[in-house]
Design a protein around this ligand. Structure first.
Ligand SMILES: Nc1ncnc2c1ncn2[C@@H]1O[C@H](COP(=O)(O)OP(=O)(O)OP(=O)(O)O)[C@@H](O)[C@H]1O
Ligand SMILES: [Mg+2]
Length: 126
């Protein structure tokens, strides 16, 4: 399992959500964040020049998926979030050790499998 963390432009969120829903990704977290993407602003101080980090409004998506869903999910985000301009953001794929569904106590694949896919109908280990 992986946790896909994507930092994207707020204005592409509807397109990214549509692409994910189309893919049948169910279960994600969205948050407004501020981020730094390398752009620097010089600020004068009384002791000389210092550098202040510029922060931009971004949206952070977190999606826990089983392994067979990693590639399609990442591809959907890349395709729907890209404008081609500097600042489009990043996608991080992070190892996900354990998932619990609180309501049922289900664990791991059963807890992250998208609706529409029977977790018992697929080969184990994905
Ligand atoms: N290395 C990183 N670690 C964590 N967050 C990052 C990292 N790089 C970028 N981000 C997040 O992604 C947002 C957008 O980054 P940005 O698109 O500017 O990345 P970039 O690598 O500079 O690409 P580009 O060249 O297209 O600007 C940042 O504001 C920040 O929230
Ligand atoms: Mg940048």
């Amino acid at each position: 399992m992986k946790l896909i963390v994507a930092v994207i432009r707020p204005e592409v969120l509807p397109a990214v959500l549509e692409a994910l829903y189309r893919l049948d990704v169910q279960g994600l977290t969205v948050g407004r964040v501020q981020g730094h993407g390398g752009e620097r602003e010089r600020v004068e101080t009384y002791r000389g020049t210092t550098v202040k980090m510029e922060l931009a409004e971004k949206v952070r998506l977190e999606i826990g998926v089983s392994n067979h869903f990693v590639e399609p999910t990442v591809r959907a985000i890349l395709a729907s979030a890209r404008t081609g301009e500097v600042g489009d953001g990043k996608v991080f794929v992070v190892p996900l050790e354990k998932v619990y569904r609180i309501r049922t106590g289900e664990e791991d694949r059963a807890a992250v499998t998208p609706v529409g896919v029977d977790p018992h109908s697929e080969p184990a280990g994905a």
